[in-house]
Design a protein around this ligand. Structure first.
Ligand code: PHE
Length: 449
């Protein structure tokens, strides 16, 4: 068998894993979820959960990947010798494929907004016109299609160029760029009159809004934001060098992910409050609310361009990781060249993405269980398949995989994180499974937390 690729450098590894975790989840989802769920209180819960629950899961995924050096379907089977564990791998690959399909549609919108910002198209529009402009764009069908096509093609070209030459190289440039853009936006936000109000919406702790549901919200947000539960980190783990310290890697990535989420909130909310707009959630915040704000700001056009470039960069670095999971599987299982496998995977993604965007057109009959296909896929993955995947992964790591091998791989034969290992193992074996079962039963409506 050919030597398997690995990441080239330590910074490269951080950039690639960071590129996956930092995405739309940080830039529009986190600020809003935090604001609605008690601000600083949510943030506190979120930090605790990220370190106690998400870091051990991330470490487990890395360990499974690096120990097996296989795509995520084969990893579970190889380390257990039990065929049925392949299903966990399949579930993850399917989840990644599905997320990528609707993620590409939103990323396509970001491209359209880069174009509109560059030409200054919406700068002179009224709020009603901005809304009509956006709805008209979605309703046309072909415009979103072309942008989605462009986005999927760009992702495929990078992924097709290989781990080190494609994915790693792109991320090493994109990650610092994203940080710089966000910092510029934060500095700008600092000068706005709504700065205090925005910050207080995001950060002031309101414990009356925090309850059992908040904890579950925080877990869901943390999983999505850290790309956990679908074998992405198993696949990326399989490219991590044997000598790398995975404890430090996880700590760095989780900290970077949280910082970007908080910085996004600090950049967005002061602007929202300065212009007297009520913070709304979902794609609207980014594609309707923000353009309205940009039209009123001095330097709005430049900021708008920067912001949508940021959004696009965040989306494409995450999409690569999603596509990589599928490509690793297709190329290794069907013994195809990387490029061929990428072409097949990207083609399939484009088909489902097209169904998503057609189902968003007004009057479209493409609906599943009362929602359009886009919303249906979004809800199914974040509510069911991601937590289920996370649960299966910790059960595998804690109870199925050989204990000694798990410990040796995670700690590099006791060199790193030996003091933390006991806690991680306790969390993986007992605490996280219980928490995830509760989360899952709650999602299914069997218990109410
Ligand atoms: N973590 C990414 C974000 O925060 C989204 C993502 C989810 C990427 C799952 C890959 C896999 O937007």
């Amino acid at each position: 068998m050919a030597k398997r690729s690995t990441f080239g450098s330590r910074f490269g590894t951080i950039a690639v894993v960071g590129g996956s975790v930092i995405g739309l989840g940080n830039i529009w989802r986190f600020p809003y979820v935090a604001g609605e769920n008690g601000g600083g209180a949510f943030l506190l819960i979120y930090v605790v959960i990220s370190f106690l629950i998400s870091v051990p899961i991330m470490l487990s995924e890395f360990t499974i990947g690096r120990a097996s050096r296989r795509n995520s379907m084969r990893a579970f089977r190889k380390l257990s010798g039990i065929r049925a564990w392949r299903l966990t791998g399949y579930l993850g690959i399917l989840t990644a494929f599905t997320i990528l399909s609707f993620y590409s549609v939103i990323a396509g919108w970001a491209l359209e907004f880069i174009r509109q910002s560059a030409t200054g198209e919406f700068m002179s529009m009224s709020p009603a016109e901005i809304e009509a402009n956006f709805n008209g764009f979605v309703a046309s069908g072909w415009k979103p299609f072309l942008w989605t096509l462009a986005f999927v093609a760009a992702t495929a070209i990078i992924v097709g160029s290989g781990i080190e030459k494609g994915i790693e190289r792109f991320n090493k440039t994109a990650m610092p760029l994203m940080f710089v853009i966000l910092l510029i936006m934060c500095v700008y936000a600092f000068t706005l009159p709504g700065f205090r109000e925005g910050i207080s919406f995001l950060l002031r702790p309101d414990f009356s809004k925090a309850g059992g549901g908040t904890v579950l919200q925080a877990i869901g947000q943390s999983f999505f934001s850290l790309s956990l539960g679908m074998g992405i980190m198993v696949t990326y783990g399989s490219y991590i060098k044997k000598e790398q310290n995975m404890f430090r890697l996880s700590g760095t990535v989780v900290t970077a992910d949280m910082s970007i989420a908080i910085l996004s909130g600090l950049a967005i909310f002061p602007a929202v409050f300065s212009f007297g707009i009520s913070p709304s959630s979902g794609p609207e915040l980014v594609f309707l609310t923000l353009p309205n704000i940009f039209t009123q700001m001095t330097g709005g056009q430049v900021l708008s361009l920067l912001f949508f470039v940021l959004l696009f960069a965040a989306a494409i670095t995450s999409s690569m990781s999603l596509l990589e999971v599928v490509v690793a599987y297709v190329s290794e299982e069907f013994r195809l060249r990387r490029r061929t496998a990428t072409l097949i995977a990207a083609g399939a993604v484009l088909c489902v993405a097209t169904l998503c965007l057609l189902s968003q057109m007004p009057g479209s009959g493409l609906r599943v269980m009362g929602s359009n296909i886009f919303d249906f896929l979004d809800k199914t993955t974040s509510t069911y398949t991601i937590p289920l995947g996370g649960l299966l992964i910790v059960l595998f790591a804690g109870w199925v995989m050989d204990k000694g091998r798990f410990r040796r791989e995670m700690t590099n034969d006791g060199r790193f994180g030996a003091a933390l290992y006991g806690t991680v193992s306790l969390m993986v074996k007992f605490v996280i499974p219980v928490v995830l079962v509760i989360l899952f039963l709650n999602q299914l409506g069997i218990i109410k937390v």
